[in-house]
Design a protein around this ligand. Structure first.
Ligand SMILES: Cc1cc2nc3c(=O)[nH]c(=O)nc-3n(C[C@H](O)[C@H](O)[C@H](O)COP(=O)(O)OP(=O)(O)OC[C@H]3O[C@@H](n4cnc5c(N)ncnc54)[C@H](O)[C@@H]3O)c2cc1C
Length: 472
C-alpha cells in the first residue's frame, strides 16, 4: 500500500535539528520515527544507561500497524505474549470474574492482533537497538531550557550545553522540560490555574520481574497466552497482580491505595517519586506473605527478582492543558499522566510522537509562528484523547481496586455479564484509528474491523493563517 503522497512529504522536510529529552518509550519511538523521516535529532537521557526498572507493558492493536510498518512486529511477537485474560480473585483466590480476550469478543479476529504483553526493559531494548548509538546521549539530566526566536538552549547536570531548533519533552511524569516551560509561563501570568495545581496521587506501587521460574510448578507459565491474575487483598487496602511474560518470567505488581487521594506540591512529589529501587525493599516486607496462584507466596517471586531491580513508584494522574510554547513541545506522561490500570501509558505516548512526527515532516519554515502553528495542530489532534485516557484510567483504577459493596457489584456485573455488543462498542472505539508514519509506505492492517482511512495530518503554516488585524 502506498504512503500518502510520499514524495511531496519528503520534499517538504526542513533542515532542522530536534532535541528529544528522555529515552523512555516515547523518546525512543520519536527517535525511530525521525530516523525514518530523515530529520536530524539527538536524545538526551538522564540515566547513565537504559533504566531496566519497571514491569510489563501492554501494546494494543492500535499501535501494532506502526510496529509492522517499521518492520518490528516479528520481534514484538518473539519478545511478548498475547494477552489471554485477566482473572480477578478474592484474597482466598476465589474467582470474582474473568475479563477474556476471546469471549464475548475475539480481539484477534476483530482487530488483527491480541494486545501484546512485553517486559518494559525488553521493549526499550528493542526500540533503542533501532537508533544509531551516537544519537542517544546518556548521563544528561536536563536542568534548564531556554529559548529565543532562533533556537532552544538546553543545559544538563554535567554542564554540557546543547542547541536545537525544536525541543520535544519525552521526559515523563516529572518532566523537567514541562517544569521549566511552566515556570516561564507562570512568571508571565500565562499558565492556566489547573496546570499549576499539584498532581494528585492515590496509589503506591511496587513492581518487579522475576528471573525465569520453573514451569513444571505452574504450567500456565509456559502457556501461549499471558493470563493476568489480579487479587484484591481487601484487608490490606491493596491489589496485587501477576503477569506471565515470555521466558517463564513473572511480572508482579502490588498496588496499595489511600482512601483519601493525597496531594503533594510538584517539588515535594518529585522527592518521593521516580522508578526507584531504594524504597522498594522496605515496602516489600508488607506483602511477602500474600498467596499467589503459582503455588507460592509473593515473597518467593520477590526473592526470584534480581536484586536492585524491584522498584517503588507513586502512581499519579493528571491531564495538563498546556502542551507547547515557542519551540518546546511536550508528549506522553509529561502531559497526560495515567494510572497503569487501563494499559494506556505506553500506547498513548507512541500515538503522541507519531502524530507529532507526521506533522513535523511538513514544517514549512523554522520560525516560531510556523512551529507554534504546527504544535497547535498536534495539540488539537492529541489532547482530547489525552484527557479521556486520564479520566478512564482513574475509573478503571477504582473498578479494579476499590472496596465497598457497590464496587463489588459493579465488578461482578462488568466481568460476568458484559454482552458482546457492548464489548465490541468499547473496543471498536480504541481501534478506529491505527495510524502509521505518513512519509514511508503504509502496510495493510489485518482484522475484520478495519480502521478509518488515515487522513493526512495537516497544519496550516502561520504565513497562510488569516489573522484579525491587531490594534495599535
Ligand atoms: C523506569 C520506568 C519504568 C516503568 N515501568 C512501567 C511499568 O512497569 N508498567 C507501566 O505501565 N508503565 C511503566 N512506566 C511508565 C511508562 O513507561 C509510561 O507511562 C509510558 O511509556 C509513557 O512514557 P514516556 O516516554 O512519556 O515517559 P517515561 O517512560 O517515564 O520516560 C521518561 C524518560 O525520561 C527520562 N528523564 C526524566 N527526566 C529527565 C531529565 N531531566 N533529563 C533527561 N532525561 C530525563 C527518564 O529517565 C525516562 O527514561 C515506567 C516508566 C519508567 C521511567
Amino acid at each position: 500500500m502506498a504512503s500518502l503522497d510520499n514524495d511531496d512529504t519528503k520534499a517538504a522536510i526542513l533542515d532542522c535539528h530536534i532535541c528529544i529529552v528522555g529515552a523512555g518509550i516515547g523518546g525512543l519511538m520519536m527517535g525511530i520515527l525521525l530516523e525514518r523521516a530523515d530529520i536530524k535529532y539527538t536524545i538526551l537521557e538522564k540515566h547513565p544507561f537504559h533504566n531496566p526498572l519497571g514491569s510489563a507493558i501492554c501494546l494494543e492493536p492500535s499501535v501494532q500497524p506502526l510496529f509492522r510498518q517499521l518492520g518490528l512486529m516479528d520481534e514484538i511477537h518473539r519478545l511478548s505474549k498475547p494477552f489471554g485474560a485477566m482473572v480477578f480473585r478474592e484474597d482466598n483466590l476465589d474467582i470474582i470474574g474473568i475479563f477474556s480476550a476471546q469471549t464475548p469478543l475475539n480481539i484477534n479476529d476483530r482487530y488483527g492482533g491480541y494486545n501484546r504483553i512485553i517486559a518494559r526493559r525488553d521493549l526499550c531494548a528493542l526500540l533503542a537497538a533501532q537508533i544509531p548509538k551516537e544519537k542517544i546521549k546518556f548521563g544528561k539530566r536536563v536542568l534548564e531550557v531556554r529559548q529565543n526566536a532562533g533556537e532552544v538552549i538546553i543545559r544538563c547536570s554535567d554542564n554540557s550545553v546543547h542547541h536545537a531548533d525544536i525541543l520535544v519533552g519525552c521526559d515523563g511524569a516529572y518532566s523537567a522540560v514541562r517544569q521549566g516551560l511552566y515556570a516561564d509561563l507562570s512568571a508571565k501570568g500565562d499558565l492556566p490555574k489547573q496546570d499549576n495545581a499539584p498532581m494528585g496521587y492515590q496509589y503506591d506501587c511496587l513492581v518487579g520481574v522475576t528471573d525465569p521460574m520453573d514451569p513444571s510448578k505452574n504450567p500456565s507459565l509456559a502457556g501461549k497466552f499471558s493470563e493476568f491474575q489480579t487479587i484484591l487483598a481487601k484487608n490490606a487496602d491493596c491489589s496485587y497482580w501477576c503477569i506471565p511474560l515470555v521466558g517463564n518470567r513473572i511480572s508482579w505488581m502490588v498496588v496499595k491505595f489511600h482512601n483519601k487521594g493525597r496531594k503533594y506540591a510538584e517539588d515535594q512529589l518529585f522527592k518521593h517519586s521516580g522508578w526507584g529501587a531504594e524504597a522498594a525493599e522496605l515496602m516489600s516486607y508488607e506483602f511477602r506473605e500474600f498467596i499467589t496462584t503459582y503455588g507460592c507466596e509473593l515473597g518467593e517471586l520477590m526473592d526470584n527478582t534480581p536484586k536492585g531491580s524491584m522498584a517503588k513508584v507513586m502512581l499519579e494522574e493528571k491531564f495538563y492543558k498546556t502542551w507547547y510554547k515557542g519551540r518546546v513541545v511536550l508528549t506522553g506522561d509529561a502531559v497526560h499522566k495515567v494510572l497503569p490500570f487501563g494499559g494506556q501509558g505506553a500506547n498513548q505516548c507512541i500515538h503522541d510522537v507519531l502524530a507529532l512526527t507526521n506533522l513535523l515532516v511538513q514544517l514549512k519554515s523554522n520560525t516560531v509562528p510556523d512551529i507554534e502553528e504546527l504544535f497547535e495542530s498536534y495539540f488539537k489532534a492529541r489532547s482530547p484523547i489525552g484527557r479521556t485516557v486520564v479520566n478512564m484510567s482513574s475509573r478503571v483504577g477504582n473498578l479494579m481496586n476499590r472496596k465497598g459493596m457497590m464496587n463489588d457489584i459493579i465488578r461482578k456485573v462488568a466481568l460476568r455479564h458484559m454482552p458482546r455488543w457492548l464489548s465490541q462498542i468499547i473496543n471498536d472505539k480504541w481501534s478506529y484509528d491505527r495510524p502509521q508514519l505518513e512519509c514511508i509506505p503504509f502496510v495493510q492492517v489485518p482484522g475484520e474491523f478495519q480502521p478509518r482511512p488515515q487522513k493526512r495530518s495537516v497544519y496550516v503554516p502561520a504565513s497562510l493563517v488569516e489573522r484579525e488585524p491587531t490594534c495599535g
